[in-house]
Design a binder for this molecule. Structure first.
Ligand code: SAH
Length: 347
């Protein structure tokens, strides 16, 4: 486990940490303003602090646990993937996407992933470890700085990078609270979307949180045999149990659940598959997001043909289920859904 860094601390925890070192509370507020408003990237840049305190903090409380190592962007510059090195040498990837009306960062929540969906690159090497809150907040701050550099503001944070966020519940929630805290980053609850492979107990736990974020659930199939083949976690939480949790989520939060369906040619994209999903979702306040599957190395599968995606969408829409097709970004730089992984060379 990495040592705590500045970005692991909530505003209250930072105040307590500084108090323990004999510093007044207003120092914590000065630091928060510099880090989350001015978006400085080192203690050296916090000019409101005396030099002595900057040195003391740099020695006792590292600023960030993530060092950007490398980044690639699409030809239009609108999508950029960054590789970070963590304190223990592990690596993660984060994707920033610029749209006319929003500026989104897709963050990783674990190094690797234990769910091991066969169609996703992130689970290839198995689970390595959970990220700390600071490692998640760092990815978001880095994106906020990238936005500021082009005169934009970060508007959305999606927990859809490497890892299963509900399997790292405490750190993910701690990071969300820091990103949401008006004394820290101050992003509204509506800015956040968390995507899960279907951790039913985690969904119920999330429903009870005071901080209510958007929930996305990876569905991919409406029958248990096919879904278990695509998402091994389905053996633990089969569709009945998962959808019960989703119904409870809607009852408790009054918020619509998004279901993600990656469409793979000849695998889960025919009319029968679409009809099975439609039957499962009947009566649930939801929205479906179809994701034409993005290729990953060493897998001979193909994304669904455009006509199959269209027919799938029509089956769901005809059943009264609002459905959209995700504009997958950055596939050419392996920054699309399911393409993120730590670089094997750095393992
Ligand atoms: N672990 C979380 C977040 C994963 S990424 C989850 O499973 O929900 C977000 C979405 O991308 C998920 O729905 C995931 O199933 C999907 N996905 C994974 N690999 C993909 C690929 N190669 N092409 C398209 N979508 C993919």
């Amino acid at each position: 486990m990495a040592d705590a860094t500045l970005l692991d601390l909530s505003p209250d925890a930072l105040e307590a940490r500084l108090a323990a070192l004999g510093h007044p509370a207003y120092r914590a507020r000065q630091i928060a303003v510099a880090v989350f408003r001015q978006l400085v990237s080192s203690y050296d840049e916090i000019t409101t602090l005396p030099a002595e305190l900057r040195h003391e903090l740099a020695a006792r409380l590292p600023f960030t646990p993530c060092e950007p190592m490398d980044s690639v962007q699409t030809a239009d510059g609108a999508t950029r993937k960054t590789l970070y090195r963590l304190q223990d040498g592990e690596t993660i990837e984060t994707v920033v996407m610029e749209y006319p009306d929003r500026f989104t960062v897709c963050v990783s929540s674990q190094v690797g992933c234990a769910v091991a969906c066969p169609f996703c690159a992130s689970g290839r090497g198995g689970w390595v470890r959970d990220l700390t809150p600071g490692e998640i907040v760092s990815q978001v701050l880095h994106a906020a700085r990238a936005a500021a550099a082009v005169g934009r503001r970060l508007t959305n944070v999606v927990y859809m990078g490497m890892g299963e966020p509900l399997a790292n519940y405490e750190s993910v929630l701690a990071s969300l609270r820091i990103e949401n805290d008006p004394r820290a980053l101050g992003l509204g609850a509506r800015s956040f979307t968390l995507s899960t492979a279907g951790d039913a107990p985690g969904i119920l736990r999330l429903a009870a949180e005071p901080l209510q974020v958007n929930l996305a659930v990876s569905l991919h199939a409406g029958d248990d045999a096919l879904r278990s083949a695509l998402i091994p976690l389905n053996r633990r939480y089969p569709l009945d149990e998962l959808l019960r949790a989703c119904h409870s989520y809607v009852e408790i939060t009054h918020r619509r659940v998004t279901f993600e369906i990656a469409l793979i040619d000849g695998m889960n994209d025919d009319r029968r598959c679409a009809a099975a999903v439609a039957a499962r979702l009947r009566g649930l306040l939801c929205h479906v997001n179809l994701i034409p599957w993005n290729p990953i190395p060493q897998l001979e599968w193909r994304r669904s043909r455009a006509a199959a995606v269209e027919a799938y969408e029509k089956t769901l829409s005809d059943a009264g289920i609002p459905t959209t097709v995700r504009d997958s970004r950055g596939v050419e730089i392996e920054a699309g859904c399911g393409q993120l992984r730590a670089r094997p060379a750095t393992r």
